[in-house]
Design a protein. Structure first.
Length: 114
């Protein structure tokens, strides 16, 4: 069973930046389309960024131009670089396949606040 471990979250002021990492166990990672999801308090989990095994990326409108998803298949690792963060980006961030097929990890908390 592939396990997912997210890291890199924290507290940042509006306009700041953070970089998240997702490490997946097992070599199957490199053939999967992966995504970053987030869940804000009282809201449903939403998919914010997707990357194919070949590196083609897509984003939800609210993060376009601010977030960049990338992956290193050799390291079984996916990244999310977040710039110009807004309070509305506050959420727990998770990684999973797209559509989600793996057990969810614990996620990493991102809090944007002054």
């Amino acid at each position: 069973q592939v396990q997912l471990v997210e890291s890199g979250g924290g507290l940042v002021q509006p306009g700041g930046s953070l970089s998240l990492s997702c490490v997946a166990s097992g070599t199957i990672f490199r053939i999967l389309t992966m995504g970053w999801y987030r869940q804000a308090p009282g809201k449903q989990r939403e998919l914010v960024a997707v990357i194919t095994r070949g590196g083609v990326a897509n984003y939800t409108d609210s993060v376009k131009g601010r977030f960049t998803i990338s992956r290193d298949n050799a390291k079984n690792t996916m990244y999310l670089h977040m710039n110009s963060l807004e309070p509305e980006d506050t959420a727990v961030y998770y990684c999973n396949t797209v559509p989600e097929r793996l057990y969810w990890g614990q996620g990493t908390q991102v809090t944007v606040s002054s």
